[in-house]
Ligand binder design. Structure first.
Ligand code: CA
Length: 647
């Protein structure tokens, strides 16, 4: 029998300590009305439910002693059990948080939000700052530092901030900055982990528990009304609800929340993920995020013997999602920054590949996780994600490999850009032709719009206007010495852009672009290089990067009447809110209604010297024809390559 509880209750009643002030009595009554008092273990709470202060104390004891619910953050081990390792950064963030210096959108510096915290502080015009402030990511750092050091200051301050936040941020029209559905979902997920980290602290009093649980209830009820199907938002909304429901099954509505969250996740994995494994928004960061949002709820369900709600196909699809960064990632582990994706840092997915290799028993994931020291090299060097319209061709699996990743896919919504046909080229450990990226989400709409323009991508435009998303895969035939990819995009109502990419001898690329249809105007074929110098040879229509050390790239298009080479404005952003100039140019030619246009371009990554290549089109088929043959002459040796499309 829990004698300690009875003694405590007795003390409370004898000494007459009123731990709880009047508002808190209402809050406790509200909480009692939200709990299944018949839940196993709550019988004593139920017995004293009408005696508020004692009931709250009993409830706290119940949670401190509860063993029935399992969570990935395991309370039973005091130190270093977290999958996240405590870092110097955690320590810094947690210490700042003690002083109310908080992180909002993390690209901006942390900001002091007042002795009396203003949760609507806006140090920058970018709304992401205040939205993300209300995710309270710094609480996780406080939780990790507390669990690893036992320093009570972190728990005390967290408890204070939690109550402060719940009191100052009711879910109403005046507090919308705190209640976007994704922040609510993120909090729902994170707070269950914070509960695990702080519940054993003496600072976590009955009053804290009441505020915390009431807010969890409010979060789950709100998330029941929020469902962005087809978007990563829908997954965060479901995850928050699932974590609250499974961590606190004592709530009357917990089963309803859990079933709805499971239903959404089971449904969204079909709606949001293409059969090729890529999440439909086609931006890598969100894709990786979605793997976690789909998997974590399954993992928590499994810990609590509820995993039968997810069919085998659910996990199979997650495994396929995990293949995506292997298939279209760049050789050093960064990725093409198509749409709202960021290239990231080398080896950024190594830890994930390691855990995925264990989850799915995959040698190829292990190979990537360990930079090739363990496991087995992936079986192919070319991959097509056909529904997503993402394709990769690489020379090998070493960090220095040549790799081109091309996008020609459907509209993925707000995180996607009208960039069909564009590509990134990486070689010799260097991203020679990175995508411009996206720079910012909110607070600078003009610059955001600049970065999403079609004409700042490596593709074809008519009069510089943004293109439509209307992709078609015509041919994909990878091979030992030649990979061939032919895609088309109905870029404009009256103009089709066909792009054929030939990766020859795993050394260089020939790209044939055709613009056919009755459109009239300037056709621009755009290319952009990594930041650095470029050498323009207008006479030969070639442009090269000019790095003194290591690899460079040379782009050269075949001359034709009326074609000119022009420099363009070039920018690239690798980090949120940071951008830098870079070389950009286009080949421009005028098109009349009857004429179709064909560009034949070589894109050659090279270390010492660029090979001397001559490319001729065999015969003169009309652009858009089913057949194309090229003759390639290099140092006197000739070869023919081409494609022949089935009608
Ligand atoms: Ca882009």
């Amino acid at each position: 029998m829990p004698i300690s509880r009875n003694i405590l209750a007795l003390l409370v009643s004898i000494i007459g300590i009123n731990l709880i002030f009047p508002q808190a009595v209402d809050d406790l009554d509200l909480l009692m009305s939200r709990l299944h008092l018949s839940h196993p273990g709550l019988s004593e709470v139920s017995r004293v439910a009408s005696t508020s202060d004692i009931a709250a104390t009993y409830l706290l004891n119940y949670y401190k002693e509860r063993k029935s619910v399992k969570h990935p953050v395991d309370r039973s081990q005091r130190k270093s059990f977290d999958r996240e390792v405590l870092s110097a950064k955690d320590q810094e963030i947690a210490n700042d948080a003690l002083n109310h210096i908080f992180i909002g959108q993390p690209a901006y510096p942390p900001h002091f939000c007042g002795d009396d915290i203003d949760w609507n502080t806006r140090p920058v015009p970018d709304m992401e700052w205040v939205w993300q402030l209300n995710r309270m990511s710094f609480w996780d750092a406080m939780g990790r530092v507390y669990k690893n050091t036992g320093d009570e200051r972190y728990a005390e301050e967290w408890c204070r901030q939690l109550v402060d936040w719940t009191q100052k941020n009711p879910n109403d029209d005046e507090h919308k900055y705190a209640w976007r559905s994704i922040e609510a979902g993120i909090r729902g997920h994170h707070w269950t982990g914070l509960f695990q980290r702080f519940i054993d602290s003496p600072s976590f009093t009955a009053e804290i528990l009441v505020a915390f649980l009431n807010s969890c209830f409010d979060h789950a009820e709100y998330l029941m009304t929020q469902y962005r199907s087809g978007s990563n938002w829908g997954l965060m909304e479901a995850e928050g609800m699932a974590f609250i429901a499974m961590t606190f099954p004592e709530f009357k509505n917990a089963e309803k929340w859990r079933k709805e969250a499971f239903r959404r996740l089971n449904s969204e994995i079909g709606i949001q993920v293409y059969p090729d494994g890529h999440q439909r928004e086609l931006a890598m960061g969100y894709h990786i995020g979605c793997i976690g949002w789909f998997y974590r709820t399954y993992e928590l369900a499994k810990l609590n013997n509820l995993e039968s709600a997810f069919p085998d196909s659910y996990l199979e699809m997650i495994q396929k999602m995990c293949e995506v960064p292997m298939k279209i990632g760049l050789p050093d582990g960064t990725n093409a920054q198509f749409g709202d994706a960021w290239s990231g840092t080398p080896g950024q997915y190594n830890e994930r590949f390691l855990s995925w290799s264990q989850m799915f028993d995959r040698d190829d994931f292990l190979y990537l996780a360990t930079d090739g020291t363990e496991g087995n090299m992936p079986l192919s060097t070319a991959f097509a994600l056909k529904e997503s319209g993402l394709y990769s061709m690489r020379s090998g699996w070493d960090d220095d490999a040549i790799c081109l990743v091309l996008k020609c896919g459907p509209d993925g919504g707000g995180h996607c850009q009208p960039d069909n046909g564009t590509f990134e080229l990486y070689a010799g450990g260097r991203n020679l032709m990175p995508d411009a990226g996206s720079y910012i989400y909110s607070g600078d709409p003009e610059t955001r719009a600049w970065f999403r323009q079609t004409k700042v991508h490596q593709t074809l435009t008519l009069n510089g206007v943004n293109t439509e998303y209307a992709p078609r895969l015509l041919q994909w035939t990878p091979g030992d010495s030649l990979d061939v990819l032919v895609v088309e995009n109905m870029s404009y109502e009256n103009l089709i852009h066909r792009r054929a990419v030939f990766f020859i001898d795993k050394r260089y690329f020939v790209i044939v672009d055709e613009a056919h249809g009755n459109a009239v105007g300037d056709i621009g074929l755009h290319f952009q290089l990594a930041p650095g110098a470029a050498v323009y040879d207008h006479k030969n229509l070639s442009v090269s990067s000019n790095f003194e050390e290591g690899w460079n790239v040379m782009i050269k298009t075949k001359n034709q009447h009326g074609l000119i080479l022009e420099q363009e404005e070039g920018q690239v952003s690798f980090i949120y809110t940071k951008k830098e100039p870079r070389p950009a140019f286009r080949y421009r030619i005028n098109k009349d209604a009857e004429k179709s246009i064909r560009f034949v371009t070589v894109v050659v990554p090279f270390n010492a010297e660029s090979p001397n290549l001559e490319i001729n089109v065999v015969g003169d088929p009309e652009p858009g024809a089913l057949q194309l043959q090229l003759e390639i002459i290099e140092e006197g040796s000739k070869k023919n390559i081409g494609y022949y499309l089935a009608d």
